[in-house]
Ligand binder design. Structure first.
Ligand code: 5GP
Length: 209
């Protein structure tokens, strides 16, 4: 059988603190065909984060250089910092047949949709309540009160973009949410249009080959 699959781009968006990063890490652990797109950002590194693993932390000059040399697939300003997706890594992985997972906001999602809608699967993750969001941001212990308040006040604006996504998940239970996303991934991978060589396979099948 010579059916190869075109890699897809799986975007997870949510307001900060809805549990998206935890879900993304769990997906990457479970599924060997997934690769993580590591963004560049001008934001300050949190204690728990590692350069090159969670983000590539760069200064504004370097970010602008990358952006202007078209090294970024998409980019946006979020909470006063710049974020962007390095293009080469993503294209290399897709070419190798891997699926790439993105933890990006609605602005980046719109830009990628503009470039490659057919290769894109988008999921919006909602918190069950705004209180849960606040609690998660606080218990993370990584951001100061001012940052948390800013993120809370931006949450409603981020949430307003939910209708632009293919799937919406209310994350009231981590295991259930993870299961739903795995199911989405399995279904999207089986789409006829993503299976290159399918027509030849069916032809041979019908001829008894
Ligand atoms: P955080 O600072 O909490 O890691 O991320 C803040 C927001 O920026 C999150 O909504 C996250 O999804 C988004 N974000 C992270 N990386 C990128 C990126 O490369 N592009 C865009 N457009 N948004 C990003």
């Amino acid at each position: 059988m010579n059916i190869v699959r075109r890699g897809l781009m799986l975007v997870l968006s949510s307001p900060s603190g809805a549990g998206k990063t935890t879900i993304a890490h769990a997906l990457l652990k479970q599924d060997m065909n997934l690769r993580n797109s590591i963004s560049v950002t001008t934001r300050t590194k949190r204690h728990s984060e590692e350069h090159g693993k969670d983000y590539f932390f760069v200064d504004a000059d370097n970010f602008v250089k990358m952006r202007d040399s078209e090294a970024l697939l998409e980019h946006a300003q979020v909470f006063g910092n710049y974020y962007g997706t390095p293009k080469k890594f993503v294209f290399d992985q897709l070419e190798k047949g891997f699926d790439v997972i993105f933890d990006i906001d609605w602005q980046g999602t719109q830009q990628i949709a503009h470039l490659a809608r057919n290769d894109l699967v988008t999921i919006f993750i909602l918190p069950p309540t705004l209180e849960t969001l606040h609690e998660r941001l606080k218990s993370r212990g990584e951001d100061n009160d001012e940052t948390i308040n800013k993120r809370m006040s931006d949450a409603s604006a981020e949430i307003s973009h939910w209708p632009e996504y293919d799937y919406v998940i209310v994350n009231d239970n981590f295991e259930k949410s993870l299961g739903k996303i795995m199911a989405i991934l399995v279904a999207e991978r089986s789409k006829r249009t993503r299976q290159i060589g399918l027509a030849e396979f069916v032809n041979e099948l019908r001829q008894g080959g």
